[in-house]
Design a protein around this ligand. Structure first.
Ligand SMILES: [Zn+2]
Length: 342
């Protein structure tokens, strides 16, 4: 079944999607173009446009996505260009139904599978950006955030004159559901820890912990792809999901192995879950100064955490980049080197 999809949906033998404008020719090393997220004083946007196109994982609908610079205090805003540029802000209050992907909805206008693109934008410290999309779903591309990182590298970063604002946690908040849980705790940086446990010989228990920055995201998480179990394919199809799924945009796990190896990391599954987590945390609407720990969580718990957090302003305060930068310098003297995640 997946093999049939694979030949039907691919636009070429190697590449099931397209990054437009030959952007790979212009890519500079990220370290020379990146804008430091932690402690940065000023807001940022992208310097120029970047585009890509491809099918949506769940709807199978083909769409074009275009990233555009936006003025200070815009935030991350999707615009449905097929609906008169209808704007949908990437914010907790616009979260719609959440199951196998995160969907936003505003006044009945839906946008699905926002998490991988948001993970890349948020990790790169882009505060203001328009994301124009002419479809109901963000293209899945290769199932990871790497193509989105390439778009952002092509787009470059532009510093704006307005002070950056951070959402700084003051009190912890935890959400539980059965044996799954997620918590957010005060910290002077944005740190995530993500634990997964799937009963499968290639997965089992995997854990990722890192301070989120453009570089850590790029090197540790961006290339990790989405995955599903072969036994779930038919049930998901019958629910109207993964209509755009193929062996080129998702790892498919059989009972004892992987249908379309090789894996990009031995623990690609845990890394992808951490990527998903960051993409959902972007819905906080501001860069976080907080530590987030997720234990067997998924989109539903991630977004519940964000919604409850935003609903209770006694848990956090808004600080500017200046304050955050000073606090960060103090913190640096006591920090041990970043832990390895392998
Ligand atoms: Zn994902």
């Amino acid at each position: 079944m997946m093999h049939n999809r694979h030949t039907k949906t691919g636009t070429g033998p190697q590449c099931p999607y397209k990054l437009l404008k030959n952007m790979d020719k212009e890519v500079k090393p990220w370290s020379t173009t990146c804008y430091l997220m932690r402690g940065a004083m000023f807001q940022s946007t992208i310097a120029r446009e970047a585009s890509a196109e491809g099918v949506g994982l769940h709807t199978g609908m083909f769409g074009h996505v275009r990233l555009l610079p936006a003025p200070a205090d815009t935030g991350i805003v999707f615009r449905r260009t097929d609906l008169d540029n209808f704007p949908i802000e990437a914010q907790g209050h616009n979260v719609a139904r959440v199951s196998y992907a995160t969907s936003l909805m505003k006044q009945g206008v839906l946008l699905s599978t926002t998490e991988h693109l948001l993970a890349a934008i948020y990790s790169c410290g882009i505060d203001n950006i328009y994301i124009d999309i002419d479809s109901i779903e963000i293209p899945i591309l290769d199932g990871s955030a790497e193509p989105f990182m390439q778009m952002l590298e092509h787009a470059g970063v532009r510093k704006l004159r307005r002070k950056r604002r951070y959402l700084k946690l003051l009190e912890p908040l935890e959400v539980e559901e059965g044996d799954r849980r997620i918590g957010i705790y005060p910290a002077d940086e944005f740190r995530v820890r993500c634990y997964v446990d799937f009963p499968h010989p290639l997965v089992g228990q995997q854990e990722v912990e890192m301070v989120v920055s453009p570089d850590t995201f790029r090197h540790l998480l961006a290339r990790a792809r989405t995955f599903c179990f072969e036994r779930d394919i038919e049930p998901l199809r019958s629910m109207g999901l993964i209509r755009g799924g193929s062996l080129e945009n998702a790892i498919v796990l059989t009972n004892d192995g992987v249908m379309n190896g090789p894996l990009r990391f031995p623990d690609e599954f845990g890394r992808h879950k951490a990527l998903d987590l960051i993409g959902d945390l972007a819905l906080a609407g501001l860069p976080l100064l907080a530590r987030v720990e997720a234990y067997k969580a998924g989109h539903a718990l991630h977004t519940q955490l964000v919604s409850r957090l935003l609903a209770d302003p006694s848990l956090w305060t808004i600080t500017t980049g200046e304050t955050a930068a000073v606090e960060h310098e103090i913190q640096l003297t006591t920090l041990s080197p970043a832990p390895a995640t392998d």
